[in-house]
Each structure stands twice: as C-alpha cells, then as structure tokens.
Write a protein that binds this ligand. Structure first.
Ligand code: GAP
Length: 514
C-alpha cells in the first residue's frame, strides 16, 4: 500500500519504466539529465493526449486551425520575441555543495513551508477542540497570525524583487529567511545571476557567431510569424485561433521531478487572435474552457486549481496557471496568458512586415491581441499517471492498477484466450483481427488468466475480452472492466459495438460542447 505522496511518486516513476511507459534517454550511457524517451505504452498514451487536445481545439472549433511549424527559426525571431534578452531564470549556487538552484524557486518553497506550518497548527487544534471553528482559529490564533504575517512580508518583498528584476534583493530574501541548501545544509550562497534558458546551435557548415540559431523554447513564435500566412490561406476572420503541438527546448537550471521539468519537451499551444479591448473576455472564456477540458477526463475538482501569477511574463498583461496536485504539491500544468499585441507588434517592428488584420466590420486595420493557452504534453502525461496510479488489496495480494481515462489508455482492449489450446487462441485471434481496425488491442496467451488480467490492470487497459470453452459452444465471451473487475457475458457479435461505446472520445468531447 502507498504510505505517502513521496512514496507514491517513486512508485509512479518505477512503474513507468517497468511497464514500458518512460525510459531515461541514452540510458546505456548513464542517461542524459532531464531528457526522456517514451516507450511503447508511453508513446500511445502521449498520442492519445495529443489527439484529445487537437480534437478539442481544431476539430471542435470552426474558428481554430492547426499548424506544424519548424523547430529552427530565423534568429531574429528570438530577438523580437524578447527571449534573447529576457528568457532567463535567476540562478544561485551553493558554494559548499556546488549545486545550482533557481533563486525564485527556493523562495517559493520557503513560502509553501510557511503555509504547511499554518496547516499543521490547524490540524493540531482540530484534534484538541470539539466544535472547532477553523476560520475563527486562522484569524485569531497568535501563532498562526505570526507565521502568516511573516509569510506575507516575505511574499510582498519577493513579488517586488521579481517585478523590479532585483537580483540582490532576491539573494537578501534568501539570507534573511535563513534558507539552507538541502544538500550541504549551509547558507554559503553566491550572488544571484540571470541565466538564459535557450539552447543554441550553429547553422550550416561555417560556425561563426553570425550563424547561431536557437532550438525554440516555445512553439508559440512559429504561430506568430505565420499569422498572415494562416489567416489569408484559411480565410479566417477575427476572432480565430491557431493551434500547434510540437517540441520545445529549455536549458533548465534545475531539472527535477522526473518528466515535470525537462530540457526537451512537447507543448500544445493555441494562440487566439482577438480585437484589441476584447482580450479579457476571451481570457476568461479560455480559463473556463480549459478547466472543463481537464475535468471532462474525470479528474476530480480537488486535484485542479487556478493560480494567478505573481509576476507576468514580459509579453503578458494577465496570466493564470491551471495547477494539478502532483504528489509533490500543486504545480503548474497549463498556462493561460493574455499576451496583448506584444508578439505581433515586435515581429512587425523587426521584420518590417505589417502583421495586421483588416476588420471589415470596423472598417479598420489593427494588430490583433492574443490570448494563449499553453500546456506541456509531458506534464499532462505525468499528471495522468499520478492520478491513475493506485494500489488496492484483493484477497491476500495487492493489485496495482492504472485507472487511466479510457480515451487516454494506451491499449483499449485485450483479447485473451483462457488457455493456450482447444482452439481458443484461434478464436481469440479472430476477435482481435475484427477489433484492431478500430482500436489499439493487445493479444496474449502466456501465463494464467489471473496474471494476464493483473498485467493489463498495471498497464491501464480498461477492458479485457476472454475467450473460453463456452465461446466455442455459443459464440459468447466475457468482458472484464478494469476498475470494478466485474465480468459480463456478451455475444461476440456485439463486442465491437460495446467496446466502441465504452472508449468513444466523442462522449468526452460532447461534454465540452454542452
Ligand atoms: N508559450 C508560453 C509558454 O511557453 P510556459 O508557462 O513557459 O509558457 C507552458 O510553458 C507550459 O509548457 C507549462 O505550463 C508546462 O506545462 C510546459 N513546460 C514548460 N517548461 C517545461 C519543461 N521544462 N518541461 C516540461 N514541460 C514544460
């Protein structure tokens, strides 16, 4: 059984490897830090996440179209976007452990610890008093008020330091809060420096500095530079969106927590172009719509929350995260940003090409404003794995089950002959060959049926079809449901229709349209 969140996370990581979901990149050479490969089931799960996102965006909206732009872009793109000058994190080194940290993350962790301290006081008091009034306790208890006041003071300094880009003040906060390096346990810190996160490489045969290109740190810029191409060729009228799924690269200072923070990852981004002045309406619309997308997968409301940014990025006038409750706490899963007309204006300035829209209703030209939704595919993958991983006692044993939403499960249905003889494998293969046109299926005849069911539970397969001796007599099979382990006898003639209905992505997409 799972003792706590830290143990759960360890189990998710080893499960992902053991069952062919995720491997460390170049593992035989001891791996490459924060780069991962997706195994056979991981690749399927990832594709299903992308399909759900793409359909929800492009197929379900008459005014959103897709794009697949290149990773390498003209270097001026990143000058214009501000990434060359401003896409950096404040880093700090501990002189004893020689470890490098993000200064802002150290402070955020300190703030989170203060919240935990308050929660502990509340828990202690809850046990002590009957008829406990939590709100009253939080607003009147001396110890709680003391911690909360200290937290608030640090938070205010922190937000100001971030907004002023004041690196000395960030270091001072770390010193004043007596934050220690978790490895060396010392407070022997260097100054805080800015570190640009873009990877660069040289373009073509000559390698002088004029040939430097960057691996894109976000897919969004491929959308902005193609704004006119897409708008003209698809005859879209504002408001309309451009959606894209693709790789992005960031030389993260501290890459931790498995696939949560990677150096090579995939983003699913959509830029929605709107009339100036209408951006906040669409910002609120996309906040609601994106939360619905997550909830339609069956993720419990308590696992998701909005978090407004303390400091908005250099291009935004409003920003909110959708956070997921990972085993290591609530963390960003998706960002929704009101990006103003910053990007299109800057590309207009740097390229000399007018990235404008003529609005026939207003009879005027303007640079559209943009509302962006941006989610990391890998992070969504991790959220789904953490949400799905479960262990439960079944008789004497522990059953490990991945309760993935059926539409995301890598294998939709396993077809299993009860035993490896008496014509059962042939009959099972017949069913497999009928289902495979519609669904990713799995066939296996080795091991006892119980062991095969457990393996399918661990992979997250929502349905198992079992062919037994009765099948040969009356053309029926059993269908077993992963979560309840309930079995039902159904006619082979109905199998396809029943499985179709159970794993149909449209039932989920319809929830978004209601
Ligand atoms: N175009 C806006 C943009 O890139 P972001 O908040 O930096 O905004 C958007 O990134 C999303 O991309 C995040 O919410 C996260 O899911 C994902 N992401 C960002 N950095 C990542 C990393 N190093 N590893 C994995 N996913 C990452």
């Amino acid at each position: 059984m799972i003792a706590n969140d830290a143990e759960k996370f360890k189990k998710v990581i080893s499960h992902a490897k053991e069952y062919g979901y995720i491997f460390q990149s170049s593992e035989i050479y001891d791996g490459l830090s924060a780069v991962y490969d997706y195994g056979p089931y991981g690749a399927l799960l990832k594709n299903n996440i992308k399909e759900y996102w793409w359909k929800a965006m492009v197929q379900m909206h008459e005014n959103i179209v897709g794009l697949d732009s290149a990773i390498l872009m003209h270097p001026t793109t990143w000058k214009a976007s501000g990434h060359v000058d401003a896409f950096s994190d404040p880093l700090i080194d501990n002189k004893d452990s020689k470890k490098r940290y993000r200064a802002d993350v150290l402070i955020e962790e300190f703030l989170a610890k203060q919240d935990e301290k308050i929660d502990k006081e509340v828990e202690k008091a809850k046990k002590r008093f009957e008829n406990f009034d939590e709100t009253m306790f939080r607003t009147t208890n001396g110890r709680v008020l003391e911690i909360a006041a200290k937290r608030e003071a640090v938070h205010t300094r922190f937000v100001k330091a971030l907004n002023d880009n004041n690196l000395d003040e960030l270091k001072q906060i770390i010193i004043d809060c007596e934050i220690v390096d978790p490895i060396s346990g010392t407070r022997n810190w260097t100054d805080v420096r800015q570190f640009n996160l873009m990877f660069s490489t040289s373009f073509g045969a000559a390698s002088d500095s004029s040939d430097v290109v960057y691996l894109r740190p976000e897919t969004a810029q491929g959308i902005f530079v193609n704004f006119l191409n897409v708008q003209k060729t698809t005859r879209q009228k504002i408001p309309f969106g451009i959606a894209q799924i693709g790789k992005a690269f960031r030389n993260e200072i501290v890459a931790r927590q498995f696939i949560f923070r990677m150096r090579e990852f995939e983003q699913m981004e959509m830029q929605f172009f709107v009339r100036p002045g209408e951006e906040m309406n669409y910002y609120n619309y996309w906040k609601k719509t994106r939360m619905l997308w997550h909830r339609a997968l069956g993720t419990d409301a308590s696992m998701l929350q909005f978090h407004d940014h303390d400091k908005v990025a250099h291009y935004a006038n409003a920003a909110v995260d959708i956070e997921f409750k990972f085993p290591f706490g609530f963390k960003e899963l998706e960002g929704i940003h009101s990006r103003t007309n910053f990007d299109l204006s800057r590309h207009t300035e740097f390229s000399g090409k007018k990235l404008q829209y003529f609005d026939p209703e207003l009879n005027e030209n303007y640079i559209p404003y943009v509302v962006e939704t941006s989610i990391g595919c890998d992070r969504m993958f991790l959220a789904m794995m953490c949400n799905a991983y479960d262990e439960e006692g079944v008789g004497e044993e522990t059953r490990v089950v991945l309760r993935l939403p059926a539409i995301l499960a890598p294998i939709k249905v396993a077809v299993l002959p009860l035993i490896k003889k008496d014509g059962l494998p042939e009959k099972a293969m017949e069913i497999f060959n009928t289902l495979k046109f519609n669904h990713q299926c799995y066939y296996e005849e080795k091991d006892s049926i119980g062991k095969r069911y457990r393996r399918m539970d661990a992979i997250g397969t929502p349905y198992c079809i079992t062919v037994d001796h009765q099948t040969l007599e009356d053309n029926t099979v059993t269908i077993r449901e992963r979560d309840s382990m309930q079995q039902e006898r159904i006619a082979i003639a109905d199998v396809l229709q029943i499985v179709n209905a159970k794993v149909d992505i449209n039932t989920v997409l319809k929830q978004l349209a209601d």
